[in-house]
Design a protein around this ligand. Structure first.
Ligand code: KG4
Ligand code: ZN
Length: 338
């Protein structure tokens, strides 16, 4: 069965065709990074308008990569939430109109289930039950996928998502949006011990706002001559050390949280998914800490937002729940992981 999958929940317009959940026939992502970078973050209104402009060409490009085009499509999967309301509506309206016009079954998929299934998509030997650390710009959760279509959340962030913390720290250090990749690069050369930052350790939860504030105070407390007119560290050495100290503290908290989830469930397979899973320091630390377990971290193109993962999650959702009825609503705060 070929699924056409559509993803427009945040700042990437994406479409893919996925066969039987696991074989990516084509996958296209149009990124809006350049559009939002001058604003230092995603501007919802601009994002929705860009989806409106880009979605049809991106779907056409995905279908052009498949013999038969629309004729080869058996069902449609579209992200129903969570995400920005105006952005979700663009994808859902397009997908529902196409399903109606072509009499195709449709399934409304959780973006978070998509991230969880990106690991299953990338690793042919990964099967539930497994524990996943879901780390993105909007989410920081540990979940257990006990079987296909059935997941429960084990822990979640009390405040900021870890990706959001990377983005905010980047801003404080004068680095561009999105912050994750640039903070990671700066951290490569920085000394993480130059600035002692607090280690947050909560029972059954994550928290990143205290760490973010600690970085803010560490910058504020620098000698005046170390700061430029915008309050940003002048010297690359100081900037890189702060990036390294922040990343080290954030990664430690994530890996400790994943360990708690493994202890709670007795899982023998773990996955790290979502945009922050692109972070090498995190992937390496997880591989070391869980050396005795099966560890899956998808390749970069499946970590950051894409539609292939929606196709994988959608295929399972169709198998477990059957198609959704026409005209379903989007849900900006949907918290489903399967
Ligand atoms: O999953 P994603 O593409 O979109 C959301 O669903 O939010 O995640 C985007 C987030 C951003 O906060 C970005 O800074 C972060 O993932 N990110 C990273 C890295 N690459 C992207 N964070 C840390 N290290 C990276 N290499
Ligand atoms: Zn995402």
């Amino acid at each position: 069965m070929n699924l056409l999958a559509i993803e427009t929940s945040c700042d990437e317009t994406a479409a893919a065709v996925v066969r039987d959940g696991r074989e990516i026939l084509s996958s296209h992502v149009s990124s809006q990074i350049a559009l939002h970078a001058p604003h230092g973050g995603v501007v919802p209104e601009l994002a929705a308008r860009a989806h409106l402009e880009m979605l049809a060409p991106v779907v056409d490009a995905a279908l052009a990569g498949v013999e038969g085009g629309w004729e080869a499509v058996d069902a449609i999967a579209v992200t129903r939430g969570p995400g920005l309301a105006g952005c979700l509506v663009v994808g859902a309206a397009y997908a529902q109109a196409a399903a109606r016009a072509r009499c195709l079954p449709i399934t409304g998929v959780s973006h978070l289930a998509g991230h969880v299934y990106s690991a299953w998509l990338a690793d042919a030997e990964l099967e539930p039950p497994f524990v996943a650390l879901v780390v993105s710009g909007g989410h920081t959760d540990t979940i257990e996928l006990s079987r296909h279509g059935e997941a429960r959340r084990l822990a979640s962030t009390r405040d900021d998502a870890v990706g959001e913390a990377f983005d905010k720290v980047a801003r404080m250090l004068g680095l561009p949006y999105p912050g994750g990749p640039v903070v990671e690069r700066a951290a490569l050369t920085g000394n993480p011990r130059a600035f002692p930052l607090p280690r947050t350790r909560l029972e059954g939860a994550f928290s990143f706002s205290g760490l973010k504030t600690a970085v803010r105070y560490a910058i504020r407390d620098l000698p005046a001559e170390e700061l430029d007119d915008h309050g940003i560290p002048r010297r690359a050495e100081v900037r890189d050390a702060l990036a390294a100290a922040f990343q080290e503290a954030a990664v430690t908290q994530l890996v400790d949280g994943l360990e708690a989830a493994v202890e709670e469930t007795g899982a023998t397979s773990v996955a790290v998914v979502g945009g922050v899973a692109a972070n090498r320091a995190l992937a390496e630390r997880v591989a070391r800490r869980f050396a005795g377990l099966r560890v899956s971290v998808p390749p970069l193109r499946l970590c950051t937002d894409n539609a292939a993962m929606i196709g994988a999650a959608g295929w399972h959702r169709l198998a477990v729940h059957g198609p959704d009825t026409d005209g379903f609503d989007v849900d900006p705060s949907l918290a489903e992981f399967a």
